[in-house]
Design a protein around this ligand. Structure first.
Ligand code: DAH
Length: 347
């Protein structure tokens, strides 16, 4: 091959090597083997050569052309390989990553407790009722023998809503489930008006609210109210029902109950119910689980019933506390943090 051809091939190789993309490469190619490329021009120049030189020169140009095309093909392949490499990297699948598993869900531990409470009381003939969480002042307090300005109101630090009820007093976020006593009893009375009225036996579980927050108090918590009212229902019945409930709930007969005198405006007499486990990690300690008492005559009257005829008991317990005791949880706030690592243990 002649000197000029060698240098053209060399220039082409360098130009191809510098082409960073397929488009650059095709542009570079045009300068050598394209319509106006240097090799093409040389081919055209052959016509002017004398016959005896034509053959040798033509062959040499062809060799150069082939060398250029080989270099071009090689560079095309290299660019295509590089592009594929990049694409593979970008779309890389890390097969060592754990898959996204959909684990079976489960009920919240407090929901499990509420279900348990409902089942146990239903088996003892109790109805299960539900009511509003935004309550009127009358239902949360006054109907429960706790009128405005009564000192017992300060037992609960209540949340109020910026809307007044019919009585001109702001609605509140119910601080207990006790208003359900009056709501349910009134419904019951209406339902059986004019006929024979069966005893009232109901529980009312649900959310309650107080301005309170520490390891054993949350501003939103749960309560379960209970009410048994009839013509001949006594404190003895309360004791039997509640003892039975606790033994079933904790699946243990190895359990003592204590009724400790207390005060609530809506009951007279009133008692707090403590339980004592006889064995296990909590053995020996008395733990408060509910407030209770004989329904106050003023409350019976507000239910639309004659307190001379109807008598009974009520209780209010804390399902959150019961859940803590049953599972050995020592911070109530865990129930409301929504941390899946905690919650999945109850699945
Ligand atoms: N409502 C009371 C409270 O939140 C608990 C309670 C006490 C409910 C005595 C009752 C009862 O029904 O009889 O502290």
């Amino acid at each position: 091959m002649t000197q000029d051809l060698d240098s053209i091939v060399e220039t082409a190789r360098r130009a191809f090597a510098q082409a960073a993309t397929p488009a650059d490469l095709e542009n570079a190619k045009a300068q050598f083997t394209g319509k106006a490329g240097r090799i093409t021009e040389l081919m055209k120049g052959l016509a002017a050569l004398p016959v005896e030189e034509k053959k040798g020169r033509g062959a040499a140009i062809n060799v150069a052309k082939q060398a250029i095309e080989a270099a071009l093909a090689e560079r095309r392949q290299a660019l295509a390989d590089a592009e594929l490499e990049l694409q593979l990297k970008a779309e890389a699948l890390d097969v060592s990553l754990p898959g996204r598993v959909r684990e079976p869900g489960g009920l919240h531990p407090v929901s499990l407790t509420l279900e348990r409470i409902e089942l146990i009381f239903a088996s003892m003939g109790f109805d299960v009722a539900d009511g509003p969480e935004v309550e009127s002042d009358w239902h949360s307090f006054t109907s429960l023998n706790n009128p405005p300005n009564h000192p017992a109101r300060s037992m609960q630090d209540t949340f109020y809503v910026d809307i007044n009820g019919e009585d001109g007093i702001p609605y509140n976020l119910r601080p207990h489930t006790s208003p359900m006593q009056v709501r349910y009893a009134q419904q019951h009375v209406r339902k059986y008006a004019g006929g024979e009225m069966p005893e009232i036996r109901v529980i009312a579980p649900g959310r309650t609210y107080r301005v309170d927050s520490d390891a054993t108090h949350s501003p939103m918590f749960h309560q379960c109210e209970g009410l048994w009212l009839g013509e001949n229902v006594s404190f003895k019945d309360l004791k039997v029902v509640f003892t039975d409930f606790c033994r079933t709930f904790f699946e243990s007969d190895d359990l003592a109950l204590r009724f400790r005198p207390s005060f609530f405006p809506f009951t007279e007499p009133s008692a707090e119910i403590d339980i004592q486990f006889q064995s296990g990690p909590l053995a020996g300690r008395w733990l408060e689980v509910a407030g209770s008492g004989q329904v106050h005559p003023a409350v019976v009257r507000n239910m639309g019933l004659d307190p001379e005829k109807y008598i009974g008991f009520a209780f209010g317990m804390g399902p959150d506390r019961l859940t803590m005791l049953r599972y050995g949880v020592n911070d109530l706030r865990l129930f409301f943090d929504g941390d899946i690592r905690f919650l999945r243990q109850f699945r």
